[in-house]
Write a protein that binds this ligand. Structure first.
Ligand code: AMP
Length: 301
């Protein structure tokens, strides 16, 4: 596995691969790699024959300095996980290489999609994500780029910026990998105490109850929201930021739910903020066929 820390070397390595008639699958991450990331790398390697992982803890997408400082960083461990998941290249630039002189004067903002939910709770977050993802995609050149549904709003934002800016990339959404008890894998989970970790399963339980209500034919978004809020309220240690049933394409709350629905939740447990989401279908018992169950072959990161 090749390891590159400068943007020019990264662009050159991927261009050389394409020049040899080979494909490129790109997996942008912030490191602290776990089985969720591994599943993206494995998909990229299987479909494109080559997975390039980027590891960059993007300061532009953190509002609070403390959150950035607390973000887990262990490059040696990440390189091991990337190699064992089948990555062919890791691009791990430092902040100066991605943000020379301390910052960029250019920013990418995806209006509308970036504004509600995570956007409202974390002002500037999606502009930070969109700017750095655009930079990575420009460096990478033509490729498939794999993003997790775990960050569902981010996936929509990236899809939209790639389409709006005619970037030569196919954005591929990948199912959320979960622990056996339903907790979505997240780099932030390591900051939970074992008691908080047990309580955190309430997010997935709430989403499942919301999906069940929708499947049973509940069409009122507020009623589905209340079902989820009631489950969340059963864990007083969990402080809800938002919980909603939304249109899966626009992320707006429709007057009436019909067809596909996306259920969203964000909550704090202690000082750890967790997000999760689930697809559901009104009047259809099958909830989110694409949602990842634990992937045994990929676990252990
Ligand atoms: P991050 O390093 O948290 O920025 O995540 C990098 C990529 O991995 C993003 O596309 C995430 O959506 C994806 N990801 C994070 N957690 C999971 C998970 N549990 N299952 C699948 N993909 C994930």
């Amino acid at each position: 596995m090749e390891v590159v820390d400068n943007p020019g070397g990264f662009a050159k390595a991927l261009a050389a691969r394409r020049a040899a008639g080979r494909g490129v699958g790109l997996v942008p991450t912030m490191g602290a790699l776990h089985a969720g990331h591994r599943s993206l790398v494995a998909r990229a390697a299987a479909r494109d024959g080559f997975a390039a992982v980027t590891i960059f803890v993007n300061p532009l997408q953190f509002g609070e300095r403390a959150d950035l400082d607390a973000y887990p960083k262990d490059l040696d461990a990440d390189l091991e996980v990337a190699a064992s998941a089948g990555a062919g290249l890791v691009f791990c630039p430092d902040a100066e290489q991605m943000l020379p002189g301390g910052g960029l004067l250019t920013s990418v903002r995806v209006a509308g999609l970036s504004e509600p939910w995570e956007g409202a709770s974390r002002p500037g977050h999606f502009a930070g994500v969109a700017t750095i993802v655009t930079k990575l995609l420009c460096l990478a050149g033509p490729c498939r780029a794999y993003f997790g549904e775990k960050d569902y709003q981010q996936l929509l934002v990236v899809r939209r910026l790639a389409a709006d800016l005619c970037l030569p990339v196919e954005v591929v959404g990948c199912p959320t990998v979960r622990e056996p008890d339903g907790l979505a894998l997240s780099s932030r989970n390591v900051r939970l105490t074992s008691e908080q970790r047990a309580r955190a399963t309430v997010l997935h339980r709430a989403l499942c109850q919301g999906a069940k209500a929708a499947a049973a034919g509940e069409r009122r978004p507020e009623a589905v929201r209340r079902v989820m809020a009631d489950v969340l309220a059963s864990e007083p240690a969990v402080s809800v930021d938002y919980v909603a049933a939304v249109d899966p394409d626009t992320l707006t709350v429709p007057e009436t739910l019909a067809g596909a629905v996306r259920l969203l939740v964000a909550a704090r447990i202690g000082d750890v903020r967790l997000i999760d989401n689930l697809g559901a279908a009104v009047g259809t018992a099958q909830s989110d066929p694409s949602d990842g169950l634990p992937v045994p072959a990929l676990r252990g990161a």
